[in-house]
Design a protein around this ligand. Sequence first.
Ligand code: SF4
Ligand code: F3S
Ligand code: FES
Length: 257
Amino acid sequence: MTESAAMPSQSISPESAQRKVRISVLRYNPQERGSVPRMQTYELEEADGMTLFIALNEIREKQDASLQFDFVCRAGICGSCAMVINGRPGLACRTLTRSLGSEITLAPLPVFELIADLSVNTGKWMRAMSERLQAWVHMKQIEVDISRLEERMEPELAQKIYELDRCIECGCCVAGCGTARMREDFVGAVGLNKIARFRLDPRDARTDADFYELVGDDSGVFGCMSLLACHDVCPKALPLATQIAFVRRKMAGAGWK
Ligand code: SF4
Ligand code: F3S
Ligand code: FES
C-alpha cells in the first residue's frame, strides 16, 4: 500500500467543491452587418474567488475571442464593467460567480448606446448629462490669485461632499430606473446626486433658482417617480434616496418663489 493510499479520503465541503457555471450572454453587434440579437451560452469550470470579470476573460481567451465587454480597473473604481446580471444592474468585477446560481444571464445596460454585446457607451451619456447640469464648481471668485490663502472647509462638510463624490458613473442607477427607460432626457439619479453635491459645496456660487433652471422639471427631479431601484442597485451604496428627496424639497421650495 502506498503512503498516499493510506491517507483518509478528504471530504469536499460544498463551498470548496468545483462546479460548472453556464453563462448566457445577450450578443448583438449593431456595427456588424447581418448581426441579430441572440443568446449565446458558455460553460466553464468555476475557480475559487472567480468574479464575472474573470469568467468573461476566460471565455474570451479560451472559447470566443469575439465576445465584447468593458473593464479597466477590476476593482470597482472605474465603473466600466457594469452590466445586467440576472436581470439586475451590477459590476462584473465585484460580482463573485459563487454568489449566483450555476445558470447566469448577462445583458448590456439598457438606456445607453450599445457598442456590442456587453459593451455600452456610458461615457457619452454621462458627458452629455454633466454638460447639461454644468457639473463643475462655479467659483464665486473668477480671477485666479495664486497668493491667496486656500479657503478652509470644515472636515464634516468635506466628508459629506466626498461621500457624494464617490459616484463612479457606472450607469447602474440609470439602467435600473423606470423613468430613464421612458424618458431619454431624464438626468437620472446620477445627475440628481451631482446637483446635491454642488449645492452642498460652499465654493459654488449657484443659488437654488439656478439649480431649478437645471433640474426643476420632468427631465430633472420632478420626473423621478421615487421608484428607488437606483438606490438599491448602486454598487457604491450612495445615499441616493436621501439625496433625491433633498433635491426635490429644495427645488419645490425654489419653484414656489
Ligand atoms: Fe453608479 Fe451609483 Fe454613480 Fe449611479 S450613483 S452612476 S449607480 S455609482
Ligand atoms: Fe428612478 Fe431612482 Fe427616481 S429609480 S424614478 S431616479 S428614485
Ligand atoms: Fe472598473 Fe469593474 S472594471 S469597476
